[in-house]
Ligand binder design. Structure first.
Ligand SMILES: Nc1nc2c(c(=O)[nH]1)N[C@H]1C(S)=C(S)[C@@H](COP(=O)(O)OP(=O)(O)OC[C@H]3O[C@@H](n4cnc5c(=O)[nH]c(N)nc54)[C@H](O)[C@@H]3O)O[C@H]1N2
Ligand SMILES: Nc1nc2c(c(=O)[nH]1)N[C@H]1C(S)=C(S)[C@@H](COP(=O)(O)OP(=O)(O)OC[C@H]3O[C@@H](n4cnc5c(=O)[nH]c(N)nc54)[C@H](O)[C@@H]3O)O[C@H]1N2
Ligand code: SF4
Ligand SMILES: [Mo]
Length: 697
């Protein structure tokens, strides 16, 4: 038999959705073994390159730490003491406990919890909504990453649609605004380089001098602008002030395609660059120059992803940003506009109702926002005015103890004796350690699926290369097994993967997708999403004023509200906790909370640290490598100091993704972070976190 190759697609929650090719040795004693995994050169957007994390994906697949069998807890919660059980025993324990919780507390006391750990269609949307809807469980709002951006832009443009990022190639001025492209979206960089070769200038706007900021070339007119976190809206208002004041608007386009220009002018009249400078810390002349450059470049493009969403004013950031290209008429020009996630082109090809099947759901259960998990698990009413507390917690595709803010409260919640917890995972994560039952999950090379990219227009097929490792199963198979264990008979709960794929994609020919490997989402041939000037609002215009926002109690016009947990917010908090903490993605070998536990990934990145400016360090008597204590009212953690020139005084950073075992005192970055929700859109403000720092004793 020998070896053969199978093409697949990376499943990580990453905009790039790279194509890969797996070489499988069929002659191995233990059955087919994947011996090589490499980038697929034919893949249209990733062109053969993967990344430092996934180049070693097989280390993950064949890690000795992979969970291979169901486990039942035998020690205290969190101690990580388990015994191996059969699937039948595990399912029996789960069904018995779910039925007990439903009898004692009602079905809303069951909380499903997941995100995009595997963002492929079946893994993320497959059968979970059918199962939990049929059971009548509380419904989960999954909005820790992305939905706020779309909901915010929709208030201005009526849609989350924007530029295909590949269109940046046609732009003459690219603003990388709150996105760390070289780290988080590396396969877009060649496009940006092509634009630069044509003469495009680059502006990077970030509170951190990131690796992306380091890539600018000031001799070519590139710039790095470093606002304080959570203050960009003030800078945007000042940019609009300058554009209006200096007569730089595209008058004809504004008259034909916008609503509320006069009111917007009134709203920005007082927002001089000097006033904004006092809020955001960017010199007034830099703001003025940025506004002029932006307005003088008809096809200026703004590239943004998720970074700015994670603030108390995170929705207003994107709502306000969307007004900028409307003032300059950038959408009329190829390469001009805003490029964000393209999920509204790609993922919208999925008929989610076909997957969720609301017709087989029971009742109309409440919704719970995933980002409030700490509050939900520690409250007698799940953080709601009324209703049962959570007594059963079923988690897959997500590692909330590391990835969700206010995580010390999550830990306290998961320790509750009257909470029954199930975790379906590839590894014994911090979250899994608190489970009563742990179930083993497959990796991407062990199950067929379809990956809808949010960083390019390409949707790609993933063919399983090897059978499931050990007794692991895919997410859809998990829910079929749970439905059977619960004694349900509704046939839709048992649909196989092939049926789900065929039924959920009304506009995609599955056979052609399989044969070709990928398919591109429909997008205008001339590259301009709003080339005809028609927007998706009720009036067809760009809403510089928004009655819809007024309807949900938000300002009609773009308005800067300083985050409460920030320099312009609560004065008592600010006095006690004078430093702004960011906890960003930082390591090239990590993907969110994944890989920090693997021997060729985690150790190569060193370990967690507190990064700060030398002035903040000197004030506290801290030197490089000293152990610092970082704390606020939510938690405290000890971590070694790293002095750098990447930050403004007053801003500190702890890279995120490390687990409790990697931190000297077992506390992780998200134990410090803020779980206040964004003004609308359901996002969360973990990047508005104030802390104090001293030497650890
Ligand atoms: N290597 C690697 N790649 C990844 C990931 C990973 O963990 N590791 N995670 C993936 C995921 S899930 C996502 S969502 C994407 C996210 O991709 P990005 O949105 O590009 O990444 P973030 O690190 O969330 O945020 C980007 C930048 O926003 C900045 N920022 C924070 N607050 C503000 C602000 O108020 N104003 C401004 N101007 N900037 C601000 C941060 O300093 C950060 O450098 O990356 C994906 N790619
Ligand atoms: N402080 C701070 N917090 C953040 C962020 C930040 O920048 N800073 N970023 C936020 C963002 S943008 C995001 S997207 C979230 C990400 O938060 P999470 O979704 O929790 O992060 P991941 O580490 O990507 O994935 C979670 C788990 O899914 C598991 N998994 C992978 N594939 C499968 C599968 O097929 N089945 C099952 N059952 N499990 C699988 C992995 O083993 C992994 O442990 O974190 C958010 N939290
Ligand atoms: S994690 Fe992102 S960059 Fe790395 S292989 Fe997967 S899709 Fe590509
Ligand atoms: Mo994300």
């Amino acid at each position: 038999m020998g070896t053969r190759t199978i093409d697949g697609t990376c499943h990580h929650d990453c905009p790039d959705s790279c194509g890969w090719t797996v070489t499988v040795d069929d002659d191995a004693d233990a059955g087919p073994v994947a011996v090589k995994l490499r980038g697929n050169p034919a893949h249209p957007s990733s062109a053969g390159e993967l990344c430092p994390k996934v180049n070693r994906f097989l280390d993950r697949v064949y890690s000795p730490d992979r969970l291979q069998h169901p486990l039942r807890r035998v020690g205290p919660k969190g101690a990580g003491e388990f015994e191996r059980v059969s699937w039948d025993e595990a399912l029996d324990v789960i069904a018995t406990n779910l039925r007990r919780v439903i009898d004692e507390h009602g079905a809303e006391a069951v909380m499903p919890f997941s995100d995009a750990g595997n963002q492929s269609m079946l893994a993320m949307l497959g059968l979970s909504d059918r199962f939990f809807g049929h059971l009548g469980a509380s419904r989960l709002i999954r909005a820790i990453c992305g939905p706020t951006v779309g909901a915010a832009m929709a208030m201005t443009n009526g849609t989350g649609r924007g530029l295909d990022p590949a269109e940046l190639e046609h732009s003459d001025l690219i603003l990388l605004w709150a996105t760390n492209t070289k780290l988080t979206n590396r396969h877009l960089w060649p496009t940006i380089e092509r634009a630069r070769q044509r003469g495009a200038r680059l502006v990077v706007i970030d509170p951190i001098r990131t690796v992306t900021a380091d890539a600018i070339d000031t001799t070519r007119g590139d710039r790095f602008i470093q606002p304080l976190p959570g203050t960009d809206v003030s800078m945007m208002l000042a940019m609009m002030h300058v554009i209006v004041r200096d007569g730089l608007t595209a008058d004809e386009w504004v008259a034909a395609h916008t609503l509320g220009y006069g009111e917007l002018c009134d709203a920005v009249a007082d927002w001089t660059p000097e006033r904004a400078s006092a809020e955001c810390g960017v010199p007034a002349d830099v703001i003025t120059q940025l506004a002029r450059d932006y307005a003088a470049t008809p096809n200026a493009a703004i590239r943004t992803l998720i970074g700015a969403e994670h603030h108390e004013n995170g929705a207003m950031f994107f709502r306000t940003m969307a007004c900028l290209p409307a003032l300059t008429g950038a959408w009329a020009h190829r390469g001009g506009g805003i490029a964000k996630s393209v999920g509204s082109y790609t993922e919208s090809q999925i008929d989610e109702d076909v997957l969720a099947r609301p017709d087989i759901h029971r009742g109309a259960p409440r919704t719970l926002n995933m980002s409030r998990l700490g509050d939900i698990l520690t409250s007698p009413t799940a953080g709601e005015p009324t209703g049962p507390g959570i007594h059963a917690f079923v988690n897959w595709n997500c590692n909330p103890l590391v990835t969700v803010p206010n995580a010390d409260a999550i830990r306290r919640g998961l320790t509750r004796d009257d909470l029954f917890t199930v975790v379906h995972e590839q590894f014994m994560t911090d979250t899994a350690r608190y489970a009563d039952v742990v179930l083993p999950a497959t990796t991407q090379i062990e199950a067929d699926d379809i990956v809808f990219s949010w960083g390019s227009l390409w949707t790609a097929y993933n063919t399983a290369a090897i059978p499931p490792i050990g007794e692991s199963c895919s997410n859809t198979e998990l829910f079929r097994r749970l439905a059977r264990a619960m004694g349900y008979t509704e046939p839709a709960l048992f649909d196989d993967d092939e049926t789900l794929m065929r039924d959920a994609l009304p506009t995609i020919d599955l056979d052609a997708l399989r044969a070709d490997g990928w398919v591109r989402a429909p997008y205008p041939d001339d590259g301009r999403p709003f080339g005809d000037g028609n927007f998706d609002t009720p009036t067809g215009r760009v809403h510089l004023v928004s009655d819809e926002l007024a309807g949900i109690g938000q300002p009609r016009v773009p308005t800067y509200v300083a985050p409460n947990e920030g320099p312009g917010g609560d004065t008592d908090l600010r006095r006690r906790f004078p430093l702004q903490l960011l906890t960003p993605k930082h390591h090239t070998r990590f993907l969110n909370s994944g890989y920090s536990d693997l021997p060729k990934h985690g150790p190569a990145e060193g370990g967690p640290f507190l990064e700060l400016d030398e002035r903040d360090a000197a004030e506290r008597g801290l030197t490089d490598g000293a152990l610092a204590r970082v704390w606020n009212d939510r938690a405290s953690l000890d971590v070694p100091v790293k002095i750098s020139g990447r930050l403004r005084p007053g801003v500190v950073v702890i890279p995120w993704g490390w687990w409790t075992a990697h931190h000297p005192d077992g506390n992780v970055a998200n134990m410090l972070t803020n779980d206040t929700l964004t003004e609308w859109g359901g996002g969360v403000a973990f990047s508005d976190t104030l802390v104090q720092v001293t030497a650890a004793t």
